[in-house]
Design a protein around this ligand. Structure first.
Ligand code: ADP
Length: 445
C-alpha cells in the first residue's frame, strides 16, 4: 500500500512537472495545468469504473490490471475476497458436518430463532413432529400445540424437561428440552420416551396393585394374630412367636400404607386439588398427631407469623408435615440425662417471598454422607441405630413427592449427635390469602 502510494505520488509529481514545463514552453501555463488535471481525473474515473465493474461481477477470478495506488487497491480487495471465500467454505464444511452428525442422532434437534420460529431441524425431529419443507419459518407453537409447552417456552426454567403426549400419535410420549443461546435463539431437543414411560407406568401399576392385593390377606393374618395374643392358655414359647409375628405384620401394613400413598402421589392428578389452607391450623393438626406419638416426652414450639395461607392439598401437606414431625419425635428420643426433648417448627418468609416451614430437633442427627440419599425409597441411615422405631424408609420419599407436587423443595441440614433441620421451601406464588367466607372450591379427586 505504501509502495503503491509513493509510486502514485511520484507519477503525479512527474507528470505535473512535465505539464508545467510544456506550459512554460508554449506560454500557456494555466491551460497546461488544466489539461493535466482533466487527464488525471479521467484516468482516475476510468479506474473507479473498472473497480465498480469488478466488484459487481459475480465471479471475481481475474484481478484488473492497474499500477500505482489502484494496483494496490485491486490487489488488497481481491485478497480480502479470497480470504472471505475460504472462511465461508470452512464454515460451510463445519455446518455440513454438524448437519450430518445431528441427522444421525435418534433425538430430534430443532433450531428456533428468537421469535420461536423454526430455522432448521434434523431427520429425527422431522419423523417425530412430522415437519415438511414448507414448515420452515413457522412458529414451533403451531406444531406442539399444548398450553404447557407454550408456558415452558416462555419461562426461563429451561433446566427442566417437559414430557407431553405426541400431537400426531397420542400413544407416543415425547420429552422436550430447550436451551437458549446467542440473542434468544433456541435449540429444542425432542426425545421419544414412550418405552421408558410405559415401563414406569407398569412399575406404578405393579406397586399399586401389589399393595392393594396384599392388604386383604394381611388384615386376615393380623386379625388372627391379635386374637391369639389375647388367649391366656397359649404356651409362652408360642406367645413370644405370635407377638413377634404380629409386630412384623403391623410393620408390613405400614409399608403397604406408605407404598399406597406413594403410588397415589405418583398417579393422581394434583391440578384442581389445591385450595388456600390456613397454615397455623394445619400445623396444629400435625402437632396433635405428633403429640400422640410422643406420649408427652417432647415439647413442641411454633415460631413465625400467624394468619398465613398456603395454596395446597390439605391431605398431602398434612402427610408430609406429619412425616417430618414424627421423624423429629422418633429420632430425638429422651434418655436418662434429659426428661424431655424440644422440637421447633419455624415459619418464615424470605426476601424473595418464599415460604419456609422448618422442623428442627435436637436429636441424634445424621452423618453428612447420608444426606443426599435420605429421600430415596427404602433408604434408612442405619436400622440398628439406638431407637426402637422400625420405620419403613418411605417417609421422606413421600415428603419429597408431596413437595414436588407443590413446586416446593426439601432442604436438610444435620449434625451427628446435635440434631437435624428439615425445611420445606415453597415458591412465592404458593402463598395465598384467606378465602372469602362461603367460597366453594371445586376439588376434583
Ligand atoms: P423411616 O421410616 O426409616 O423413618 P424416612 O424416609 O422417614 O424413613 O427416613 C429415612 C431415614 O432418615 C431414617 O431411617 C432416619 O435414619 C433418617 N431420619 C429422618 N428424619 C430424621 C431426623 N429428624 N433425625 C435423624 N434422622 C432422621
Amino acid at each position: 500500500m505504501r509502495y503503491g502510494f509513493t509510486a502514485e505520488l511520484r507519477r503525479l509529481v512527474g507528470f505535473g512537472c512535465i505539464a508545467l514545463i510544456i506550459g512554460l514552453i508554449i506560454d500557456q501555463f494555466m491551460l497546461a495545468v488544466l489539461l493535466f488535471c482533466i487527464l488525471y481525473m479521467g484516468w482516475t474515473l476510468g479506474n473507479i469504473y473498472r473497480l465498480d465493474k469488478w466488484l459487481t461481477q459475480r465471479k471475481k477470478n481475474t484481478v484488473p490490471d492497474a499500477s500505482g495506488i489502484w494496483g494496490d487497491i485491486f490487489y488488497n480487495l481481491s485478497y480480502a475476497e479470497k480470504r472471505t471465500q475460504r472462511q465461508q467454505q470452512r464454515l460451510k464444511a463445519v455446518v455440513n458436518r454438524i448437519k450430518v452428525t445431528t441427522a444421525a442422532l435418534n433425538d430430534g434437534v430443532i433450531l428456533l430463532n428468537r421469535n420461536n420460529d423454526i430455522d432448521w431441524w434434523n431427520k429425527a425431529a422431522e419423523r417425530m413432529l412430522v415437519f415438511r419443507s414448507v414448515d420452515k419459518g413457522n412458529s414451533i407453537l403451531n406444531y406442539i400445540r399444548h398450553p404447557k409447552f407454550a408456558c415452558y417456552l416462555s419461562s426461563d426454567k429451561h433446566d427442566l424437561l417437559l414430557d407431553l403426549f405426541s400431537h400426531h400419535c397420542p400413544e407416543r410420549r415425547l420429552q422436550y428440552q430447550i436451551t437458549r443461546f446467542g440473542e434468544g435463539e433456541g435449540l429444542l431437543t425432542v426425545r421419544d420416551i414412550t418405552r421408558i414411560y410405559k415401563l414406569e407406568a407398569m412399575r406404578k401399576d405393579f406397586v399399586a396393585n401389589v399393595s392393594h392385593e396384599l392388604r386383604t390377606p394381611l388384615t386376615v393374618i393380623r386379625g388372627y394374630l391379635e386374637t391369639f395374643t389375647d388367649f391366656n392358655h397359649i404356651d409362652p414359647v408360642w406367645q413370644k412367636g405370635i407377638s413377634q409375628m404380629l409386630q412384623q405384620a403391623n410393620h408390613m401394613t405400614e409399608l403397604i400404607d406408605d407404598l399406597t400413598t406413594l403410588s397415589k402421589l405418583e398417579t393422581d392428578n394434583i391440578e384442581n386439588t389445591q385450595v388456600p389452607l390456613d397454615l397455623t391450623l394445619l400445623l396444629n393438626k400435625v402437632i396433635d398427631v405428633a403429640k400422640a406419638y410422643s406420649h408427652g416426652t417432647h415439647k413442641f414450639f411454633v415460631n413465625g407469623p400467624k394468619n398465613l395461607w398456603i395454596m395446597g392439598n390439605e391431605k398431602e401437606l398434612h402427610s408430609a408435615f406429619s412425616n417430618l414431625l414424627i421423624n423429629s419425635v422418633i429420632y430425638s428420643p429422651v434418655d436418662s440425662t434429659i426428661s424431655s426433648q424440644s422440637i421447633t417448627i419455624t415459619v418464615t418468609i424470605d426476601s424473595m417471598s418464599r415460604l419456609s416451614v422448618s422442623f428442627a430437633d435436637k436429636g441424634m442427627g445424621i452423618a453428612k454422607q447420608h444426606l443426599p440419599r435420605l429421600t430415596e425409597r427404602f433408604y434408612r441411615v442405619d436400622s440398628s441405630r439406638g431407637t426402637d422405631a422400625s420405620g419403613t424408609g418411605l417417609g421422606l420419599a413421600i415428603v419429597k413427592h408431596v413437595l414436588l407436587r407443590h413446586e416446593a423443595t426439601l432442604d436438610i441440614t444435620s449434625e451427628l449427635g446435635k440434631g437435624s433441620i428439615f425445611t420445606c421451601i415453597f415458591p412465592s406464588h404458593k402463598l395465598s390469602v384467606a378465602p372469602i367466607a362461603n367460597t366453594i372450591y371445586n376439588i376434583h379427586k
